[in-house]
Write a protein that binds this ligand. Structure first.
Ligand SMILES: Cc1cc2nc3c(=O)[nH]c(=O)nc-3n(C[C@H](O)[C@H](O)[C@H](O)COP(=O)(O)OP(=O)(O)OC[C@H]3O[C@@H](n4cnc5c(N)ncnc54)[C@H](O)[C@@H]3O)c2cc1C
Length: 483
């Protein structure tokens, strides 16, 4: 059913976490909001589905949610009342090595540091201040560029965060600490020699110590469902199967916010934009893509290292040097034989994901943007390398190359899962250098996806900040959901 020509105060296009955050912020301000989603179901990167076999529930995109539990916006919403429960694995993340040992990121910073032996002090020195200052900096980290509320604490964070992961990795001497750091920083999806890749490692490791690295009970879809239920409970309207090709398709509204990336925004609303803004959107750069696999398994993954058998997330890449080399190769358009693999084993901690005694696992590796190469064998060899016997446990698998990922969610251009490369030039100025990154050159039209600050991940902060800007510009309302 298409939306009829009713007027709304605002329309949000796209039901990812940022689309919902924008819609909720505006609806909460006492205005009427229509949220439209092109696909049959809501959720964007927070959907779950039986991808492999009946009763095996897989996270199609995001799986682990440190940013959701850190998000000041999500924290301000009663999502628990709408069914959202987070489950914390015994160990946040583990990082196995070829000799059968593993490094681990525990909730406790002390335990993590102590397990790093000679690098205990270095770990405390690098991560300790970020953990200590976390409550004062997280709101500024997950926000557009502005004068921070606590400039000294932010400066102390920024001095480390703006360095490359490779540079900051020199802090550590042991294989364990360096490997752990490399795996964390590789979530930046770019060469570890790039400036500001240290920010990813610092934020993810500190987040584990402050809030944990949980998964959503019953799957990431529970996040979308809770956001949708809350939005509807405050009077919002959702319409699915409404793919927007042009602004002209939409009912009239004072503000329209797009949870899409620049490439799509140009197609949908380009005819309304100034030449300069169009030029800025055309220059926006997308980064590496991902090749994704989900498995239905006959038993848990038989990792050699005991830490890996208790961790939610496993980073498979062996040493810092090996990870740095594969990320570099991938950024040059190549497909490494031993890719860095990010793996999550949800069913170990959430029995609702698979039939009794059976298990699920989720993994991806980085590939060149737009790649159609099948990386199944390379990924499974990496798992087998640290968990001999893994392949014998596979009951079913579902794979997506970058083209299939983009078909699944049009925001993942060429398989880029963070809405555009988050390198030093696009970290703060996404989608372009403007007085507000959320405001387009067309009156009443805004962009609220992960292609705006603070970027990729399930936290809703892009949507929240975009909505605040629209509320101020269009409705002259100063709304603060998050302090
Ligand atoms: C394989 C994979 C693993 C990931 N792992 C994690 C993780 O573990 N933790 C984490 O925090 N993040 C993870 N992410 C990233 C995370 O999913 C995204 O950063 C996040 O979902 C971005 O939210 P968003 O609201 O900006 O956009 P999206 O979640 O992408 O939502 C955009 C929505 O807009 C809809 N849409 C697009 N164009 C139109 C149109 N023209 N008309 C109507 N609707 C439209 C789409 O269908 C989609 O539903 C992962 C992503 C992938 C793909």
């Amino acid at each position: 059913m298409k939306a009829n020509k009713t007027d709304y105060d605002a329309i949000v296009v796209g039901s990812g976490p940022n689309g919902f955050a924008a819609a909720i912020t505006i609806q909460k301000a006492g205005l009427s909001v229509l949220l439209v989603e092109g696909k049959e179901t809501i959720g964007g990167g927070t959907r779950s589905a039986e991808l492999t076999l009946p009763h095996f529930v897989h996270d199609v995109c995001s799986a682990i949610h440190p940013l959701a539990v850190c998000s000041p916006f999500f924290k301000a919403l009663p999502l628990e009342k709408h069914g959202l429960v987070f489950i914390e694995p015994a160990i946040a993340a583990a990082h196995p090595f070829d000799d059968g040992s593993a490094a681990a990121l525990y909730k406790s910073m002390d335990q993590t540091a102590q397990a790093l032996g000679d690098d205990e002090g270095s770990y405390r020195k690098l991560i300790g201040p970020v953990v200590k200052n976390w409550p004062r900096i997280i709101g500024d980290v997950l926000a557009p560029l502005h004068i921070p509320k606590h400039p000294l604490d932010m400066a102390s964070f920024g001095l480390k965060a703006l360095r490359s992961a490779q540079h900051m990795g020199k802090t550590f001497r042991s294989k364990k600490a360096r490997g752990l750091w490399g795996g964390m920083s590789a979530h930046a999806i770019q060469p570890l020699s790039n400036a500001a890749t240290a920010a990813t490692g610092l934020v993810l490791m500190s987040a584990a110590h402050v809030e944990g690295w949980p998964m959503a009970a019953r799957g990431s879809q529970s996040i979308a469902n809770a956001l949708a239920a809350y939005f509807v409970s405050i009077g919002g309207t959702i319409e699915t199967n409404f793919y927007v090709d042009s602004l002209r398709q939409l009912p009239s509204a004072g503000a329209i916010l797009f949870d899409v990336t620049p490439k799509q925004l140009l197609k949908i609303a380009g005819y309304k934009f100034s030449p300069i803004y169009k030029w800025q959107l055309k220059r926006f750069r997308y980064g590496m893509g991902v090749f994704k696999i989900d498995w239905g398994l006959d038993g848990p993954i038989p990792f050699t290292a005991s830490e890996c058998r208790q961790a939610g997330t496993i980073h498979l890449g062996n040493t810092f040097e090996e990870i740095a080399a594969t990320e570099q190769l991938t950024s040059e358009g190549k497909h490494p034989e031993k890719p860095f693999v990010l793996l999550v084993q949800q069913s170990l901690f959430d029995a609702s994901r698979a039939p009794a005694g059976k298990h699920t696992a989720w993994a991806y590796c980085h590939v060149p943007n737009g790649s159609t190469v099948d990386m199944t064998e390379q990924i499974e060899k990496q798992v087998e390398r640290f968990a001999p016997g893994f392949k014998d446990r596979i009951l079913g698998r579902h794979v997506m190359n970058t083209v299939q990922i983009e078909e699944y969610n049009p925001n993942y251009i060429g398989g880029d899962i963070v809405g555009g490369i988050m390198d030093i030039t696009q970290l703060f100025t996404r989608p372009g250098l403007r007085s507000s990154p959320y405001k387009t050159s067309a009156k009443g039209v805004y962009i609220c996806s992960s292609s705006t600050p603070p970027g990729g991940g399930v936290h809703g902060m892009c949507g929240y900040h975009a909505a605040k800007k629209a509320l101020k510009d269009v409705f002259n309302k100063d709304v603060v959901v998050v302090n």
